[in-house]
Design a protein around this ligand. Sequence first.
Ligand code: ZN
Length: 123
Amino acid sequence: MPDLLLCLRRILGVLERSVALPSMGSCYRCHRPWEIVNNNDRRWGVEPHSTPYLSVEDGDDCSRSCFPLCQWCWSHLAVEKRIPYYRELYALWEENERKYGFSTGTTWEQIKEAVINEQERIH
Ligand SMILES: [Zn+2]
């Protein structure tokens, strides 16, 4: 059975993205745009879930974070179900590195480890 709440969030995401800036990022699962505050100080969109990770360039300092999922989607997925969304984000980074030479400064293994470690810190 499809997840009804997820379907509703995706419909909302289509509506929200139609009025969001084209450059706005969105959750890789429900596709709702990241939270912004509009001119009337009203918030809309979703809060991203930031996952801190180690990078090759920063050594042991977990100063970077990535967020393919919103807080709601992240909390509704088991760790192994989250990993494909992080992989999708990492694939985009790899593509940008190939196309534009932007270094990700990290490996896929470091991202995957961060996703798993984050789960372990919670439990
Ligand atoms: Zn989401």
